[in-house]
Write a protein that binds this ligand. Sequence first.
Ligand code: NAD
Length: 451
Amino acid sequence: MAESIKRVSFVGMGFVGLTTAAFFSSRGIPVTGIDTDVDKLQKIKTGIIPFYEADLEPLIKRTTQNNLLKLVSDYEPAVIDSDMTMIAVGTPSNEQGQINLKYIKAAAQSIGQALKQKEEWHLVVVKSTVVPGTARNVVGKVIVKESGKKLGRDFGLCTNPEFLREGSALQDSMTPDRVVIGEYNEQSGRTLENFYNTIYSGNVKIIRQNLETAEMVKYTANSFLALKISFANEIANICERIPGVDVMEVMKGVVSDFRINSNFFRAGLGFGGSCFPKDVAALLNFANEKGHNTVLLDGTLQVNSYQPLHAIDILEKTLKDFNNKKIAILGLAFKKNTSDMRESPSIKLIKGLHEKGAMNIFVCDPKAEKEAKEIFQNTISYGTVEQCLSQASACIIATDWSEFAEIPPEQFQSLMIEPRLLLDGRRIYDSQSFNGHVLYKGIGIGNSNDP
Ligand code: NAD
């Protein structure tokens, strides 16, 4: 009975899987990463990482070169030769927003088929974000069916939701706030707890719960963070109607209360990325199917969908129309320090501007240009900050990259043309220093000229 995890197999070499696998192997644990996307594996092996994440590239190079991290497309023998298999395949939304479990089911099938060949006890851990009941009723049952083995006796099962953030993924893996373990039985939970205690030398807070509670922890955490952002945006949109009021100043007063922390409480163009939008939608649909009407979760998504449209409204009020006017958009990624454009507000912004007739859109992003080209091809122009701002009537800050925060007001003033509208969609500038140089507007700033 393998109670100590010496070797790990990891299914899904995407953002979470690749980062976590590289981190485990950097701690001396041999990891075999499994992915069905052979091209992707080939690229990673030659040092081409499919997304940008600080410090990850050298770590992957090092761990693949010293053979602690191996990448394969076959489940056998990777699963058989390991003590634990973690699943980190995607769990996207379908068109109605419900969770799509096809990758999870396929992974469970392949793990089950491999486990059929294995005699020793094995631990299966679901790291993907899944709605409550998925590990027990989908993963567990599929593996039992495919392997002919008994859950609990022949193999263990845990859920282990992942909380790392894109943009600081490795750092988050190295120093997590907590590790949440949902366990099918005591043996499964204990084995995973021992593994993490080895990885973190005992310096990590571990919370052990049942499978469904741990699955619910992840959705609750993400939905609450999304709610905080939408709440800040709702308040910002009210502040814009009160001359002399700035949401940033309001929040300063609010977060001084020890009960309210300032993280994820900033107004702007809204949240995006591969997690918040789909996780809120998945929980909302899950709850609705269970007969609960999700007023707050609905509102969270509604406010979020509105923010980019609100930005377009602000532009339209000043520019009147978009005919022959050049619009600069600084930032494409859904947040700084990542190349990820999944569900990025910039997509809605650009599509909305196109619908309004804005045909001269120039964009710039330090890392996400390749991703943007896949979405927009040549319907927009790509350039440096200078090329974007030159002769632009308006500029929207869509991502909080520090490169953009360093652009001095004089540069906007000298490159742009009247009315030099700068809409700070991420509130990265001090409004006072921009007044007089450009027509500065920020999400959440009450303006005496607006209705
Ligand atoms: P991703 O889309 O980047 O990667 C998924 C990988 O799984 C892909 O490489 C794909 O080829 C592979 N795959 C699909 N089916 C497979 C199969 N049957 N066998 C082997 N490989 C298969 O996804 P991601 O962003 O890493 O997210 C994975 C999970 O982690 C999701 O449930 C997500 O919600 C959750 N999560 C993501 C983040 C994040 O920041 N991206 C953070 C926390 C949790």
